[in-house]
Design a protein around this ligand. Structure first.
Ligand code: HEM
Length: 225
């Protein structure tokens, strides 16, 4: 079982994940309108790049935008979850060892204690995000089973990995659960709103370019639109 899910199945999962994301990126870029987007972006690439970088950077900074500052509780839970959800899988010492063993890749890793703290913080934060979906009426009415499913899919690899690392319960069981739930997450990303792992950068870049060029960015500087 272990050999299968860390061998052939893992390759299929990576192919679906990377192929699916590449397809969605190409689809997004192809979907840009010639008159509304492409003409402006290609006429003023420097203003566009500056606007895109600004928009992405400020949204990646905790409390960096007006929207992040208006909901401080959600913002704290959001960053508490996302910092662990992104950094721990990429830089966990256990994952770095696998990359070194299998592909000879030297890979940086987080100290184990810090990875444990970030994982615990991510789990507490996602419980906070879930409670917000229940307790705020304006969020509750727009929440469907699909949102709950994605919260579970996002939390499951962190939860099972944490239990395995802590050696609570049957280690083999939790290790297999961790690998399978991580593979489920990777396959789900291109097909669900979890695609925002790249979609966030695409849409923020586009909005940033819009503001950097058309919506005031080039005001008074030879802007025909
Ligand atoms: C660099 C990568 C990522 C970026 C920039 C990002 C950004 C975002 C943004 C902007 C939102 C919307 C917040 C809002 O409602 O205002 C969001 C929500 C969410 N993200 Fe990510 N994300 C990233 C990676 C991930 C990963 C790897 C996972 C899963 C492990 C994930 C799981 C989620 C979930 C479950 C939500 C919905 C929370 C809710 O139910 O309200 N994200 N993310």
């Amino acid at each position: 079982m272990y050999d299968f899910i860390t061998g052939p199945l893992l390759w299929v999962v990576f192919a679906v994940f990377l192929g699916g994301l590449a397809y969605r990126v190409v689809w997004y870029v192809k979907g840009l309108s010639q008159p509304l987007d492409r003409v402006a972006y290609s006429s003023f690439p420097a203003d566009g790049a500056k606007g895109a970088a600004r928009s992405i950077l400020f949204w990646l900074l905790p409390f960096g935008t007006h929207s992040w500052r208006t909901k401080p509780g959600f913002t704290a839970a959001f960053f508490g979850f996302h910092i662990g959800a992104v950094l721990v899988p990429l830089f966990l010492a256990g994952h770095a060892v696998l990359l070194k063993q299998r592909f000879g890749l030297p890979w940086p890793s987080l100290p184990q204690g810090l990875a444990d703290v970030l994982t615990a913080l991510a789990l507490v934060s996602i419980v906070g995000i879930a409670l917000r979906r229940i307790s705020l009426p304006e969020v509750r009415i727009v929440t469907t089973w699909y949102d709950w499913l994605l919260l579970v899919i996002a939390a499951a690899p962190l939860f099972s990995g944490f239990i395995a690392v802590m050696h609570w319960g049957d280690y083999q069981f939790w290790l297999l659960a961790h690998i399978l739930t991580a593979e489920l997450l990777l396959v789900a990303i291109p097909f669900t709103k979890l695609y925002h792992v790249v979609g966030f950068f695409l849409s923020r870049a586009q909005i940033g370019m819009d503001y950097g060029i058309k919506r005031g960015g080039r005001k008074g500087r030879n802007m025909p639109w």
